[in-house]
Write a protein that binds this ligand. Sequence first.
Ligand SMILES: [Zn+2]
Length: 419
Amino acid sequence: MARFFSQTRIARSDSSELQDASVLVNDEGVIERVGPGLDAPEDAEVLDCSGMILVPGMFDLHVHAREPGAEHKETLSTCAEAALHGGVTGMVLMPDTSPPVDTGNLVKSLQDLISESSPVQMLVSGCLTKKREGTELAGFFGMANRDVAMLTDSDRTIPCPDLLRRCMEYAKDFDLLVTSHCDTPALTKGGAINEGHVSYRLGLPGIPAISQEIAIDRDIRVAQQTGARLHLQQISTANAVKAVGCAKEAGTSVTCEVSPHHLLLSEEEIEDYNTHFKLDPPLRLPRDVEALVAGLLDDTIDAIATNHAPHTEFEKSSDFGSAPFGVTGLETAVLALYDGFVRKGVFGWDLLIRKYSDQPRAIVGLPAVRIEEGQRAEFFLFDPEGETEITPDSMKTKSPVTPFLGRTFSGAIRETVLG
Ligand SMILES: [Zn+2]
């Protein structure tokens, strides 16, 4: 049945103004008409959307869906539900499943599984090295033939710069994007949170900022030398933003992402050894948070990506030092960013859509999603007058672990419409 979204406002990436309009989606899920003063067709279901905002579906470049291999944490199906609940209609899955996605056949079998399990677009990424072991090249040729979105060893750094160079040379030959998590294991060692006064006070081993910064410098150098396209994940320090800015000025083909957590929280927020604040990279200093927001506004930072990394409450309930890194993000990203930035006027819906919908899609070669006639319906209804309390029961992910648990955000996502 056709659906008529009456008297609403549309958010767009190319305008800071919301556009007054009604939207008719036909029974094939295609946007048939958009405009002010439209009359609802007699055979359509009419939804009064006055006060609501229609926002294009978001796209997350950095998701760990855990299937196959760790279905106790998350499955493709629960990951898709969480995404729709958070206004996210597309994503790239990291290859750190069990087995790791390192051949064309494994890419194909995961793509088949996705088409059976998920209504949400899930692009598959592949490993740079076999089994993510950092010793031999993975099956680039087969994976390129299966249209992988990017190649990455996920949260493992390739230890040998010469092997990284060969990875980038091959990636360039196949025109594949190389994605790096940016960590220097010799510096991160057994660290749990940012190295600084909070780690000293809590008596926890620290991860210094240079652990990320040295890796970024190295990976940018190798990208410059090979000409490969490089994407840097989860930028977390002021110097990291500076390094990416310099590389861009020098004409390097590099993009980077930041998480909502690193834009909104610093190490100061870590309280009572709460493992819901244990992230990789760790939450940094307030001045790093300021630099990340500035980097987002001045376009040094291209994209927002959550690093949705579910672990069960049981796994996260061990002590801070031994609990796994990572939290979920798909369901809280839009709400947290709206509450923390859009509502306060730091930036508008236009920038949020550019950074969490248009540019992430562009990085993996997809067109932007628009709420326009002729396009497939792919948007969510946002109620700026509503509010959303983040509780385990309110979440669709299998592992409702997030530093935002217990928070109440202004705004509510009422529905995500997908085709
Ligand atoms: Zn990750």
